[in-house]
Design a protein around this ligand. Structure first.
Ligand code: AMP
Length: 307
């Protein structure tokens, strides 16, 4: 049985950062998510690509424990995204989004996907997120990511899916846009009113915040000397986070905290190279070493005596 199911984009990205530029490289929210999650559990992908999708990219995906039965290849062009970043790497400026084959995509889940216990609705048209969710059989945990493109363009559909998920994972700018509020604590309170039990706000180089109605957990981003391309960091975070939860099937607050750190570890590796290049060589022992690095980075003792 499939441990983790994801729907999202599989894309060809063209990206410019202050450190370089790449054209039509492998990208997409489902691609980054599934690759990061595949270090922890087998993940099935529901998405579509066109006949122009390069064979080498398919080979990359097949090289990881990713189930591709739900990845359709249809006539037409693969989804394309073009974006750029300034020295402030936190926010991508979208220059072009071509939905292409996603415009007519009518996802049909393979039968063994329907019983997945953990589901991730990666950034894609909320109507597709909903269609996939409706084909699943009461999963134990459902999480969702989205972006400004859909918050502005498909708000009603997005609010409908938001009411059906347990966890929302979203970046700070988009969280503010969703509820038109600036202060992140107030933003969190408002988003939790839509129905989810947990909200994670990704803040790029400032780390991530996890909110429930009762508690807040804060994780820094790993201080890196080499950051080339932040594209996919959010999806890689979600992959590490959900991959750990799907593997352990423990949704307690303590385990959610560990999942946030593993998400941060995967995001930190993602940004070290363009596209998914870093995942070509990344090993599990490097992931665990950086996890320990996070522990050292954030650990401090109790005060022995009151001041
Ligand atoms: P992030 O983790 O937020 O940096 O996600 C980057 C990925 O999202 C890129 O690889 C893009 O291909 C993909 N992407 C960008 N815009 C959209 C969109 N409107 N819908 C789905 N995926 C998108």
């Amino acid at each position: 049985m499939l441990g983790l199911l994801a729907v999202g984009s599989v894309a060809l990205d063209s990206v410019k950062t202050p450190f370089g530029e790449v054209s039509e490289v492998l990208g997409g929210s489902a691609t980054y998510f599934a690759t990061a999650a595949s270090y922890f559990t087998k993940v099935g992908v529901v998405a579509v690509v066109g006949e122009d999708f390069p064979r080498e990219h398919m080979a990359f995906l097949k090289g990881h424990p990713i189930d591709l039965e739900g990845l359709m290849i249809t006539k037409g062009r693969t989804f394309r995204w073009r974006g750029e970043y300034g020295y402030q790497l936190n926010e991508a400026r979208t220059l072009e989004t071509q939905l292409n084959v996603f415009q007519q995509f009518n996802p049909q889940l393979p039968s063994n996907y329907k019983t997945a216990q953990v589901v991730f609705l990666a950034n894609i048209d909320p109507e597709l997120q909903l269609e996939v969710l409706l084909q699943t059989r009461s999963p134990e945990l459902v999480a969702l990511d989205t972006m400004n493109f859909w918050i502005g363009g498909k708000r009603a559909a997005l609010l409908k899916v938001l009411g059906k998920v347990h966890i929302v994972i979203i970046n700070d700018g988009e969280a503010r846009q969703l509820v038109q509020e600036v202060n992140l604590v107030k933003v969190a309170r408002e988003i939790l009113k839509f129905g989810p039990k947990v909200l994670i706000i990704k803040r790029g180089e400032y780390g991530a915040l996890l909110f429930t109605r009762e508690a807040i957990f804060s994780a820094p981003a790993y201080p890196l000397e080499t950051v080339f391309d932040p594209t996919g960091a959010g999806d890689s975070f979600a992959g590490g986070f959900m991959g750990h939860l799907a593997r352990t099937k423990d949704f307690s607050m303590d385990n959610l905290r560990q999942a946030v750190i593993l998400g941060s570890v995967m995001a930190s590796y993602c940004v070290e190279a363009f596209s998914l290049e870093r995942f070509r060589t990344l090993r599990l022992d490097e992931i665990m070493e950086r996890y320990r690095g996070f522990k050292r980075l954030t650990h401090f003792d109790e005060m022995p005596n009151a001041v």
